[in-house]
Design a protein around this ligand. Sequence first.
Ligand code: COI
Length: 360
Amino acid sequence: MWKDLDISVVRCDSEKRKDKPDQKNLGFGKFFTDHMFLMKWDRENGWHNAEICPYQNFSMDPAAMVYHYGQAIFEGLKAYKGENDQIYMFRPEDNLERMNSSALRMCMPRIPVDKVLKGIKALVYLDRDWIPSGDGATLYLRPTMVAVEPALGVRPSSQYYFFVIMSPVGAYYAEGFNPTKIWVTDKYVRAVKGGVGHVKTAGNYAASIMAAEEAHRAGYTQVLWLDACERKYIEEVGTSNIFFKIGEDLITPPLNGSILGGITRDSVIQLARSWGVNVIEKQITIDEVLAAIEDGSLKEAFGSGTAAVIAPIGELCYQEKKHVVADGKTGELSQRLFDELQAIQNGRQDDPFKWIVRVG
Ligand code: COI
């Protein structure tokens, strides 16, 4: 595992290793493993000092540019423990390539995908005892890049940290795989075309928190965003993309610049098409969705994302009116997609799309 790894490895002292959390109460992103990956970039040296090291605090100058102007991008991907404790990761290269697209838009440096992937695999292997094996529990990896040059001018930083931390997680939503209740907002918007809505940058999430808080206060799990100009076209849910099964079609908004190109979204599209489902990427308005609920043609709706996997939707609330979706139950297609994705991710099922990467 360590040979040809041009990355130094400093192991955590055994007495400093943390106790593993109870696998039944993991929640999401509350516990962190013993090690992390870290590398640094500056204009003179490019990426350097790549290391796997004990999980640790950073000491950063209070003028570090990320604190002021938010030059920060991140990814989310998972490692799974399958039969015979074989470890798998799901489409990790796609996450790292997407990070490079985010870097381009945010004027940050590209990461070397092959080297980082090697480092991530070695990191996962080193902390393999942290990968939970319970139902739906996985090890969530968070690659992140932040601007660290101490300077107050608004311009690209000349220094960055790239790091990967890992967290054993259960289901993202308290509902688990049960249908979620979604709050459709026409008061706030998430992103405009030409902006950074398609980029996995921290600011998009910061800007979403107020609407999410209002949704939570009203008893809803997440926010469904509409387009910023006309406030009628469906965009995405807080932490996932969205799909509607209307009649025999599976409809999802197109990647038109203001929504995130989810890797789970792409996996859903490929899987569903391979089963003969007619998947259509097209603009759809909230009124069309509500009309389809009304006339019974909307059979199911669900969100898709790395953290959320497949999150069935049981209710939409729009302009203070509640609309029950699919009798508030999990639809057949949502269930099939969830089961199949999990089976592929855990190595229990053939992987016709070559999405799985073995670790160790
Ligand atoms: C993911 O699904 O991995 C995400 O990044 C969403 C997250 C903000 C929880």
